[in-house]
Design a protein around this ligand. Structure first.
Ligand code: ADP
Length: 165
């Protein structure tokens, strides 16, 4: 049986921390569906189309990886995709409580699902999409934090935003 996993996230935008998790998880499963989703608790900076397009550019060529978009209940989405596993990344202790609560809830909703956590790599433990956006919006250097196409996109986005202000 094909081992399919879903890696869900806002990816607003995708960072090198996300990409690291994608590459490592893709080596574990036959198919990894990177699912860009609309988190009802977050207001994204970038549209679903922009987030998916950036993800396609930076992770579309990773073997075994497929990019998708979804909204709604993650456990139902996973079942629809025949995925038995959900992958999440863990950075600091601060991620743990929220992820732990969510994982228990998904397990309750669907006991067949296994939620798996990959620990961040040493270089990316401090890295988040919001931090990258903050630095980029202030004209700071984001080299090494995001893949090149994301860097170009962010520089362009904040340049245009500055011109409008
Ligand atoms: P969400 O809105 O689901 O939290 P994010 O795009 O912020 O979406 O994160 C998606 C997943 O990637 C989460 O499991 C998050 O913990 C993980 N993640 C985010 N940044 C990193 C990083 N630097 N290293 C490892 N995992 C990360």
């Amino acid at each position: 049986m094909k081992r399919i996993a879903v890696y869900p996230g806002s990816f607003d935008p995708v960072t090198n921390g996300h990409l690291d998790i994608i590459k490592r998880a893709s080596g574990i499963f036959d198919e990894l569906i990177v699912a860009v989703f609309n988190n009802p608790n977050k207001t994204p900076t970038f549209s679903m189309e922009e987030r998916v397009a950036l993800m396609e550019k930076v992770a579309g060529e990773v073997p075994g990886v497929r990019i998708d978009a979804f909204s709604g209940l993650l456990n139902e989405y996973a079942v629809k995709k025949n995925a038995r596993n959900i992958v999440r990344g863990l950075r600091a202790l601060s991620d743990f409580e929220k992820e732990f609560q969510q994982a228990l809830m998904y397990k309750k909703l669907n006991p067949d699902l296994e939620i798996m956590f990959l620990m961040t790599s040493q270089d990316y433990g401090f890295l988040s999409s919001s931090l990258v956006k903050e630095i980029a919006s202030l004209g700071g250097c984001i080299d090494g934090l995001v893949p090149e196409p994301v860097k170009e996109f962010l520089i362009e986005f904040y340049k245009n935003k500055d011109q409008r202000n």
